[in-house]
Ligand binder design. Structure first.
Ligand SMILES: CC(C)(COP(=O)(O)OP(=O)(O)OC[C@H]1O[C@@H](n2cnc3c(N)ncnc32)[C@H](O)[C@@H]1OP(=O)(O)O)[C@@H](O)C(=O)NCCC(=O)NCCS
Length: 277
């Protein structure tokens, strides 16, 4: 009988966790770049699973602005998969939810990831949103004319974004992280200077981390062409190589504008799963 246990990650686990990520998802190098955030106890918990004393896998529980739980980077070493490590990590996630009392627990995965979806279903999460991710490489893209967007202060954020909330199904999502659109989010976005508006458009730009790898555009509202002009200008100003933008998969009119401006589909299988607690 295997003994599967979970605990907090320690600094000394890092090399093993990096090796697990490299083996479990060879095309992804994520943990190394978010290590500081993941080890910060004020921002969540890095959970490690052991099978018979061997570190087998990990996941991170993040605390969002409204205290919602965001689960990410669930990875189990391939030779140790299907032995209960993923299930044990989810047991710890749900225990942590009982301790922290978040309004909801959410995660993203790919529509074909059967193991990930099975574990989420088992813990009461359901598929909530299907999205498409587009990107535009900025090399050789000319700088647009001067834009007249202005930053939006917190006091105006809810009013400015409200007309566009339904078009995003009530969620703000960027960089494959999903948030409920609510006052706590608006405050954080406004204080970070991420919301910009003009007479006929509102755009939300800025990354959660890994700022140098891309400019992430969270929302394109109203005149999408003008929003893209702003994003291009901002991306060039920040010297990032590309702009990445996620939209709900039912927003074909927005997808058409993105394609017309040279964006290409980067992923059409990203889903958000959620349990309201
Ligand atoms: C998804 C993942 C974390 C599952 O971890 P795991 O330790 O293998 O999960 P468990 O052993 O606890 O399995 C839980 C259940 O899911 C099933 N399962 C696990 N992987 C599966 C797969 N690839 N396909 C179908 N079912 C799967 C198990 O059989 C088990 O079901 P059972 O209890 O009915 O037998 C692991 O496969 C992994 O690291 N994958 C690569 C990274 C990844 O995709 N992470 C998720 C990103 S969102």
């Amino acid at each position: 009988m295997r003994n599967v246990t979970t605990r907090f990650a320690e600094r000394g686990d890092l090399q093993r966790l990096l090796a697990i990520e490299a083996a479990a998802l060879p095309s992804t190098r994520y943990l190394a770049e978010v290590e500081e955030e993941f080890y910060d106890p004020d921002r969540g918990e890095l959970i490690v699973a052991e099978i018979d004393g061997i570190v087998a896998g990990f996941a991170h529980y993040s605390i969002q602005y409204d205290n919602a739980a965001w689960i990410e980077t669930l990875r189990v070493d391939p030779p140790l998969q299907k032995k209960g490590a993923g299930a044990a990590i989810w047991d710890r996630i749900m225990e942590k939810c009982r301790e922290m009392n978040p309004p909801a627990v959410r995660m993203y995965t790919n529509i074909g990831n059967d193991g990930s979806i099975k574990l989420a279903y088992r813990n009461g999460l359901g598929i909530c949103l299907n999205t498409h991710e587009y990107e535009l490489k900025l090399q050789n893209v000319p700088a647009p004319f001067k834009h007249d967007f202005q930053p939006v202060a917190y006091k105006d954020a809810a009013r400015v974004l409200a007309p566009y909330k339904d078009g995003y199904h009530g969620y703000y999502f960027t960089n494959r992280t999903f948030y409920e659109m609510n006052d706590a989010l608006y405050k954080a976005l406004a204080e970070d200077g991420k919301i910009w508006a003009k007479d006929d458009a509102v755009v939300v730009v800025g990354s959660r981390y890994r700022h140098e790898s891309a400019l992430h555009v969270g929302m394109l509202c109203g005149n999408a062409d003008h929003c893209i002009d702003f994003a291009v200008a901002e991306g060039l100003r920040q010297s990032v190589p590309k702009i990445v933008c996620m939209i709900p998969s039912d927003r074909q009119e927005l997808a058409d504008v993105l394609r017309a401006r040279g964006f290409t589909l980067n992923g059409n299988d990203i889903i958000m799963m959620e349990r309201i607690l």
